[in-house]
Design a binder for this molecule. Structure first.
Ligand code: 8YV
Length: 321
């Protein structure tokens, strides 16, 4: 039998991917971080990288792997992977789009409701025995409100479909208008925020969107009256987190619901102290069914590559060669 293909897993592997990956390949999990000498020995034989949505695969790592043939990301986002450096080396990057659209969109709507109707606070109110002393403060109505979506890709469209069932008035911003969609396009996040009660972020991370939501956008969302709810299911890097904390503390906006943060898994103490903020630990795709589908697709891309078949889901940079 030929020696198994050697794979570097750059992050801790999902328990749903690990067994099938290890059954087929010789996997070195995070060896580049845990044992420099051992990594230097195996680096010339590594033919694939297995990554997750939050993994870092910089150009320097790609340069250290002369036999690298493919980078398979279990996640739709791959902003931590230097896809252009990979492309320059002729190394395709694959990701796992579509299979997680429903889950991320479901979570976005759930977070919107949680922030608007203050569900986590309501739960605490009952548990802590405060109900007998009087009612909770009144909350914000979501049905019929104006929703601004930053990023109108596949997940953005899934969010819009769900929001339409709530009678929400939907507008969006994206790199370009999508004339086939029945939603209003606005040229930038600030203009969109100014006309939104809820601003939901679902745009890719990376250099193009870094700190896209800054103090100015938050002030537009607040409309000078402490209005507006920010929901982030994209990447922490899309928001200027310091500006967000400041806007929340000063009552510039009404609230926020966040699934992603600048330095995960660290969430600033000041953010955790704010009662009008709903927090989740990056769980957009975290259901058993979806994570299994993502693992299977990530494995399927490796299998296709090593069988000489077309890749199932290469990233756009690779498709546009
Ligand atoms: C997870 C994600 O972080 O798909 C993405 O881009 O952010 C998430 O689904 C992750 O990649 C799970 O492995």
């Amino acid at each position: 039998m030929p020696d198994p293909i050697q794979v570097l897993a750059v992050s801790k592997l999902s328990p749903l991917w690990s067994p099938q990956l290890r059954a087929t390949y010789h996997v070195h999990e995070r060896l580049h971080e845990t044992d420099a000498a051992a990594f230097a020995q195996v680096a010339p034989q590594i033919r694939a990288i297995a990554a997750s949505g939050d993994s870092k695969v910089p150009a320097e790592l790609i340069a250290r792997l002369p036999a690298l043939e493919i980078i398979s990301v279990m996640g739709v986002g791959y902003d931590g992977v230097d896809a252009l450096a990979a492309k320059a080396r002729g190394v395709p990057v694959t990701h796992t789009p579509d299979v997680l659209n429903d889950d991320v969109a479901d979570l976005a709507l759930g977070l919107m409701l949680c922030a608007a109707r203050q569900l986590p606070a309501a739960d605490r109110f009952v548990r802590e025995g405060r109900w007998p002393q009087g009612a909770m403060p009144l909350a914000t109505k979501m049905s019929g409100a104006r929703l601004g979506i930053v990023g109108m890709g596949r997940i953005g469209q899934s969010i819009a479909q769900r929001a339409a069932a709530f009678g929400m008035v939907i507008a969006y911003t994206a790199r370009s208008a999508k004339p086939d969609l029945p939603y209003r396009y606005l040229p930038d996040a600030r203009a969109l925020a100014a006309e939104s009660d809820f601003l939901v972020l679902i745009t890719p991370g990376g250099a193009l969107t870094r700190k896209l939501v800054n103090a100015e956008v938050l002030s537009a969302l607040g409309k000078g009256a402490g209005q507006g709810i920010l929901v982030n299911v994209a990447r922490g890097s899309v928001v200027d987190e310091a500006a967000l904390i400041d806007a929340l503390e000063r009552g510039v906006i009404a609230g926020a619901a966040l699934d992603v943060f600048e330095s995960e898994p660290q969430v600033p103490e000041r953010l955790r102290a704010l009662p009008q903020v709903v927090l989740a630990p990056h769980i957009g795709s975290a259901t058993a069914a979806t994570r299994q589908a993502m693992a299977d697709l990530a494995q399927g891309n490796l299998a296709a590559h090593f069988a000489g078949q077309p890749l199932l889901t290469p990233v756009p940079e690779w498709r546009s060669r």
